[in-house]
Design a protein around this ligand. Structure first.
Ligand SMILES: [Zn+2]
Length: 327
């Protein structure tokens, strides 16, 4: 304890307290011990560090160069230094004015269907392709995983292969995170009401397909980003519950299909004879559902939706974290 900043043990205890509060409130599992080398991080209070331009002064380390300047002005509250594989990050919490809002475009309501083939399909007919780099990296991921599996336990080469794989995992996570940020920013900037499906509606079965499981991880993050960005920009997120048959419903005449295996990309409605693209049809249904559920929530005349959605703004968060990479 004498070797490190007084904050290292102090903040750890404060954070343990928070972990227990979360546990007793039923929000989290029982706290577990952190392991050295896994999620390494410590938090500093503002009396323990200094930021000047592209440098940060950390106790016992001195001035450490940063990759970028702190982008927010205001009272600096704390900094968390963390490691992601072989990179170190300083996440600085700043008490700042509300971030400047980009002018909203008020393009009305949109339905968003998240997918594997395309990152998202909008009810406007737009398709947001998944990041191209991802496909290539997934191929590398497969190769590196195999390479790691062939290395002898406890060998230097195994450690090297493990590090390589961990870096690739981090890179893939970053690529996905970036494309999700672009998508959620675009949506909240353009539309007032955004209709999406409940996370679990996807039948989040355990799936061993790599691309699929990585896409699944994205759904939760998509929802998290959409919720906080919608609050900032005054947009509404309308969530259709898990029983809403977004892909089985004909968006033209409203007939519900019995079955719709995931392999079906195109289908023709037996009643009205419209040929639907699976994803676009789902997105349109989600948009229509969002319109009817927000109308009902605002006391207007609902269109008799069988599945009123929960329309709730996400809890307001005021913290703006700036993440800078050390050079
Ligand atoms: Zn139809």
């Amino acid at each position: 304890m004498l070797e490190v900043s007084k904050n290292a043990p102090q903040m750890a205890i404060i954070q343990l307290g928070q972990a227990f509060r979360n546990f007793f409130a039923g929000r989290a599992k029982y706290p577990t011990f952190r392991r050295k080398g896994v999620d390494d991080r410590f938090t500093l209070t503002n009396d323990q560090f200094q930021v000047a331009g592209r440098r940060i002064r950390i106790p016992n380390l001195g001035w450490v160069p940063m990759r970028e300047e702190l982008r927010f002005s205001g009272k600096i509250v704390s900094a968390t230094v963390s490691r992601q594989v072989d990179r170190w990050f300083a996440s600085i919490t700043v008490d700042t004015e509300d971030p400047p809002r980009h002018a909203a475009e008020h393009q009305g309501t949109v339905g968003v269907d998240l997918g594997v083939l395309n990152l998202a399909t909008l009810s406007t007919g737009e398709r947001v392709p998944g990041p191209k780099a991802l496909r290539r990296e997934l191929g590398r991921l497969r190769r590196l995983s195999r390479s790691l599996a062939r290395k002898r336990m406890g060998s230097k080469n195994r450690a090297k292969a493990k590090n390589k794989l961990a870096r690739l995992h981090a890179r893939i996570a970053n690529i996905r995170q970036d494309s999700l940020h672009q998508l959620t920013s675009d949506l909240t900037r353009r539309f007032d009401v955004i209709g999406i499906e409940d996370l679990n509606a996807r039948g989040m079965v355990r799936n061993h397909r790599l691309a699929r499981s990585i896409a699944d991880m994205g759904f939760r993050e998509f929802r998290r980003q959409l919720d906080y960005k919608a609050v900032r920009r005054g947009a509404l997120v309308a969530v259709a519950d898990r029983f809403f048959p977004s892909s089985k419903l004909c968006s033209v005449c409203g007939v519900v299909q019995e079955e719709m295996p995931l392999s079906v990309r195109l289908w023709t409605c037996p009643r009205c004879n419209t040929t639907h693209d699976r994803d676009l049809n789902a997105a349109i249904n989600l948009a229509q559902h969002a319109v009817s559920s927000t109308a009902a929530a605002c006391g207007g005349e609902g269109s008799g939706s069988r599945h009123p959605a929960a329309v709730k703004p996400a809890p307001l968060k005021q913290e703006v974290g700036a993440k800078a990479t050390f050079a």
